[in-house]
Design a protein around this ligand. Structure first.
Ligand SMILES: Nc1ncnc2c1ncn2[C@@H]1O[C@H](COP(=O)(O)OP(=O)(O)O)[C@@H](O)[C@H]1O
Ligand code: SF4
Ligand SMILES: [Mg+2]
Length: 337
């Protein structure tokens, strides 16, 4: 189990007349990834998804907050003592081509981390090659074909499977899949998503999906948790089915209003939320972070920041950060429409 509590991260960016500006990438994010579980973070570009993934994988540190891996808080450990914990969280990158060294065969690519793993676990040398073959078979590719080849000789889908096999060399407890299917052909995406689902079931590995794409979130579907991230704040969180089918936060509703078909049976009604203006990072930080774009914003929204939670006056399964949650109307589609 991997949990994060109140994770914050602010970047200082150079530029502008003031010399630099502070960009809050994460503003107190909580999450939990169970063994074999699936968690999905969704939000538009720049909302902090990759930063969160990198912090969970130990590639970046947070400014405040706590990551706990298997009951051990990371903040109390030196970087050296943290390393073996973060090795249990492996990142699968967006671009499978740049994630693989073009000058190495797949055999060489898998051999290096497996040799390390063999030393760590006291396994004999022949285990290394046997394990490489086993992992490739596990991700659904023929080891005999792939092992002697270079990345450029493989299809995008195969490369992404090799990247996943390499992540598995470390026997991870969780995989962080950052836009892992957005750069491969639509026709191959479902195969990769099905593979990740199978790995969850077979190996008990947890998967954190990071995506800007509601269709991917929907596919991960049942028994997963969906977190909607907006400008570094989680604005809605609950079971994926609930958040997608009955979103109550205006931002989530706006994300879904771009998708014409919900459930395959209905479409958003006339009360659909369309942001009143484009996202501008210079939007002020007072009040609700969505207020400048929200057609439902009131004076209170401009003044106070809603926190993620339940509203006793408006009971919902999911948590949300909105003063005026509401269910949207949906219009059933006529058969064949
Ligand atoms: N290394 C960095 N230095 C400065 N700013 C950064 C850095 N990484 C990310 N940011 C900023 O933090 C915000 C969140 O970025 P990111 O986590 O990459 O978002 P996403 O993955 O959702 O597109 C953005 O405004 C981005 O410009
Ligand atoms: S708190 Fe107000 S501005 Fe923010 S999403 Fe809800 S209604 Fe819109
Ligand atoms: Mg990103």
């Amino acid at each position: 189990m991997i949990t994060g509590t109140a994770i914050t991260k602010t970047f200082r960016q150079r530029g502008g007349v003031l010399g630099h500006r502070e960009v809050p990438a994460l503003r107190g994010v909580d999450f939990a990834i169970e063994r074999g579980g699936a968690v999905c973070f969704i939000g538009e570009s720049g909302c902090g998804k990759t930063t969160l993934g990198r912090i969970i994988a130990g590639l970046e540190t947070c400014d405040s907050g706590e990551i706990v891996i298997d009951g051990t808080p990371m903040s109390g450990l030196s970087p050296r003592r943290r390393r073996p914990y973060f090795r249990r969280v492996q990142m699968i990158h967006q671009d499978p081509y740049s994630a693989l060294n073009p000058t190495r065969t797949i055999h060489q690519t898998l051999r290096a981390p497996l040799a390390l793993r063999a030393r760590q676990t006291g396994r004999p040398k022949p285990w290394i090659d046997a394990r490489a073959e086993e992992l490739l078979a596990l991700v659904g590719i023929d080891p005999g074909y792939v092992l002697p080849r270079y990345p450029h000789q493989l299809s995008g889908g195969m490369r992404q499977r090799v990247v996943i096999a390499r992540a598995l060399t470390m026997d991870p407890e969780a995989l962080v899949a950052d836009e892992a299917v957005s750069m491969i052909d639509v026709s191959l995406r479902l195969g990769i998503l099905a593979l990740l689902r199978r790995l969850r079931e077979q190996l008990g590995v947890g998967v954190l999906f990071i995506t800007h794409d509601i269709a991917t979130a929907r596919y991960i579907g049942d028994e997963s948790e969906l977190y909607v991230l907006y400008r570094g704040q989680v604005v809605e969180h609950g079971p994926t089915e609930t958040v997608i089918n009955e979103p109550v936060h205006p931002y989530t509703q706006s994300l879904l209003s771009a998708t014409p078909v919900l459930h395959g049976l209905e479409r958003p009604g006339p009360d659909r939320i369309v942001p009143t203006e484009a996202l501008d990072e210079r939007h002020g930080d007072a009040g609700c972070l969505f207020a400048r774009r929200c057609p439902l914003a009131t004076e209170r929204c401009e003044r106070d920041r809603p926190v993620l939670g339940h509203d006793p006056a408006y009971p919902t399964t999911q948590r949300h950060a909105c003063f005026h949650p509401r269910r949207r109307q949906v219009i059933p589609l006529a058969a064949g429409a």
